[in-house]
Design a protein around this ligand. Structure first.
Ligand SMILES: NC(=O)c1ccc[n+]([C@@H]2O[C@H](COP(=O)([O-])OP(=O)(O)OC[C@H]3O[C@@H](n4cnc5c(N)ncnc54)[C@H](O)[C@@H]3O)[C@@H](O)[C@H]2O)c1
Length: 274
């Protein structure tokens, strides 16, 4: 009887878009910890290279940091070419990059629906949704052609439930100036799971599994009042830590999830079930 479950990502090459961001680095660490080769693809070149060098040293693995703007097909083409030249293969695509407005941080711009600028909408959709589509089209097509691979779309609790705008409330402001999580964020995150469902069936017989991970909000220096309100809405009583998603990512990327496609794995401390 086989007593092992195969969570290994030994030598598998994983492109992580937005890989230099708060969570992208944690995704890269998880891939490295499971034996894989993380490729940090980010519009911020210096940060991508620096984070990859740190991970290569700390985990004693190959890791790459490559500049890429996922809103431009030619930039993704170049990314794929570079990875194939340098690593010889690609196995996993993690669509993580998004505009992620921190409404709860004082001094940040906020966007009520009535005045939400079309340019902001277009920019948010271009990165979070069109960028994920283009990466799936270009990198996913290469996986399908080869006959195996994994795509993970990083969504949010706000792809499943509406933001409770009371969380962001500032008592000193009148109602029509209250900050809100922008509408584009909900639309992008809900749309990503639609992309997952479409691709999961489209490539089911081509050996490419496609899944969503929906993350709860991460504690990252928000004001104490916000943290208390946000935590009270979560059955487990706290916001996520940046490394709370690593196990889910490794599982879905690995052969342990060989029969899992089109799923939405929700990692939110129970928030969306309340
Ligand atoms: N932080 C949270 O609380 C939270 C909660 C739920 C879901 N998420 C999701 O997790 C993902 C990562 O979030 P984060 O907190 O690490 O955000 P982040 O802002 O720290 O990271 C996003 C990264 O994407 C990169 N990026 C932006 N535009 C790009 C482009 N055109 N091409 C390539 N890279 C680009 C940025 O440079 C940045 O490094 C996002 O999809 C976000 O919506 C985050």
């Amino acid at each position: 009887m086989n007593r092992t479950i195969d969570f290994s990502l030994e030598d598998r090459v994983a492109i992580i878009t937005g890989g230099a961001g708060l969570l992208g680095v944690r995704h890269a660490e998880a891939i490295a910890a499971a034996g894989g080769v993380p490729v940090i693809a980010d519009i911020r070149r210096a940060d991508a290279e620096a984070r990859a060098a740190e991970i290569a040293k700390r985990f004693d693995v190959r890791a790459m940091g490559i500049e890429c703007d996922i809103t431009r097909a030619e930039s993704i083409d170049a990314l794929l070419r570079t990875v194939l030249e340098r690593a010889g293969r690609v196995d996993i695509l993690v669509n993580d990059a998004a505009n992620n407005p921190k409404v709860e941080t004082p001094g940040q711009a906020f966007s009520r629906l009535e005045k939400f600028p079309i340019d902001q909408w277009n920019a948010d959709v271009a990165v979070g949704l069109t960028g994920a589509f283009l990466c799936a089209k270009i990198i996913g097509s290469a996986l399908a052609k080869r006959g195996s691979g994994v795509i993970i779309n990083i969504s949010s609790e706000y792809g499943i439930i509406a933001p409770d705008q009371h969380l962001y409330r500032k008592e000193e402001l009148p109602d029509d100036q209250q900050p809100v999580k922008p509408v584009s964020y909900s639309v992008v995150k809900a749309g990503l799971h639609g992309l997952t469902l479409y691709l999961a069936t489209y490539w089911a017989q081509a050996g490419v599994r496609v899944n969503t991970i929906s993350l709860g909000g991460v504690e990252s220096g928000q004001p104490a009042g916000f943290l208390a309100r946000a935590s009270a809405r979560i059955p487990m009583g706290r916001m996520a830590q940046p490394n709370d998603f690593q196990g889910a990512l490794v599982y879905l990327c690995s052969d342990a999830a060989a029969f899992v496609t089109g799923a939405n794995l929700v990692v939110d401390g129970g928030k969306t079930i309340w």
